[in-house]
Ligand binder design. Structure first.
Ligand code: PEP
Ligand code: MN
Length: 377
């Protein structure tokens, strides 16, 4: 998939700037849309957003003004001299948006999760040259996200970008939508020409955390942000807790440190090189140690097989699991990583011993690697 970077979509974005899409969650009134968009533009937004049709979880929530609000956002964009984007969730939305002069379409998280919807949008976009931004699906399924990008790309759209807005959870903790950064990082690895924006508003659900997530997005080298901006956030008709006033948007942006993925200062590069050398050696050592550990595991496997003893002895596993986790925590690892690591090592050990015990090690390896790692504990 060869894609055109957002900077080359036809609107001015300086190479040293992070791309900023901003504007209200929903267009509520003509005045609120205009004031929110102009405020966002004044604070440096390159693209203005507003929801016209809102995908609400419960039927009693504000569903968006609908078609009537289309000229409001288009007019706000013309007044600010910026392109505008709205969410589309059906072929009809696309047709109405294009007819009204919307510059960029975005596909929301709930729609990305539904291949029927994405295909319907892809079909109506065939032969139309409009840029499209695709949010991640609500569930953490990278293939579903890539599938949506592929469906739209296959209609001939090459001005295509992605937006990371986190993933739905049953009980939100500090974040409204869990930011599992490894997914957009893997998306970038698989599709290097795809620009990825981060939506701190929907990740956090809380305006006080937006700067923190935006900074993390910069530090992970994402290309920019979508940030909900409302002239009066407290009285917003949707997502009131997560929207910023234009002034707070400006303050948040001013507080960000624009770190770069690389620099050419020779001293910095030499020091980095030295530290990376250490990391490379340590990684080699870790892998070698794990290989040795599995060799011992296999030896134990033969020993158990010859003595007709089961692979798993729950007592031993329960005892060592907690104590290994504690050792890892004492060594400076986070508890989550410590638990994942010890379980992964144990699961691999079980796989190796399964291979030793059964006559067809290939089969057992396939069967046990089909079992999600976390089930064994
Ligand atoms: C939105 O951007 O207002 C929105 C509904 O987002 P999402 O699709 O990420 O929930
Ligand atoms: Mn919203």
């Amino acid at each position: 998939m060869q894609l055109i970077p957002i900077r080359d979509w036809g609107w001015t974005i300086r190479p040293d700037e992070h791309i900023l899409v901003a504007g209200p969650c929903s267009a509520e009134t003509e005045e609120q849309t205009l004031a929110s968009c102009l405020g966002a533009a004044q604070q440096g937004a390159h693209i203005l957003r507003a929801g016209i049709w809102k995908p609400r979880t419960r039927p009693d929530a504000f569903p968006g003004v609908g078609e009537e609000a289309l000229p409001w956002i288009v007019e706000a964009g013309r007044t600010a001299g910026k392109p505008v984007t709205i969410e589309v969730a059906s072929a009809r939305h696309v047709e109405l948006a294009l007819k009204a002069g919307v510059d960029i379409l975005w596909i929301g998280a709930r729609s990305t999760a539904n291949p029927f919807t994405v295909q319907e949008i892809a079909d109506v976009l065939r032969g139309v040259d409009v840029p499209v931004l695709i949010k991640n699906p609500v569930n953490p399924d990278l293939d579903l996200w890539i599938g949506a990008l592929e469906r739209i790309a296959m209609s001939g759209i090459s001005r295509l970008g992605a937006i990371f807005r986190g993933f739905s959870v049953y009980k939100p903790g500090i974040y409204r939508n869990a930011p599992m950064w490894e997914l957009p990082i893997e998306l970038r690895r698989q599709l290097p020409s795809l620009d990825i924006l981060v939506d701190p508003s929907h990740i956090t659900g809380n305006r006080s955390l937006i700067g923190y997530i935006a900074q993390h997005a910069i530090d992970l080298d994402f290309n920019g942000f979508m940030i909900e901006t409302h002239i009066h956030p407290e009285s917003a008709w949707s997502d009131a807790a997560q929207q910023l006033t234009p002034v707070d948007l400006g303050r948040t942006l001013a507080g960000l440190v624009h770190r770069r993925p690389s620099v050419d200062d020779p001293e910095f590069l030499a020091n980095l090189e030295a530290l990376r050398y250490d990391i490379d050696n340590l990684d080699q050592e870790i892998i070698r140690s794990l290989g040795q550990r599995m060799e011992v595991s296999r030896e134990i496997g033969y020993f158990k097989r010859d003595n007709e003893v089961t692979i798993l002895q729950m007592n031993r596993w329960s005892n060592i699991y907690e104590s290994r986790v504690q050792t890892a925590i004492r060594a400076g690892l986070s508890e989550t990583f410590a638990r994942d690591l010890i379980q992964a090592i144990h699961n691999e050990s079980i796989r190796q011993q399964g291979g030793v015990m059964q006559s067809d090690p290939g089969l057992i390896n396939q069967v046990s690697s089909a079992v999600p790692d976390r089930e064994v504990s």
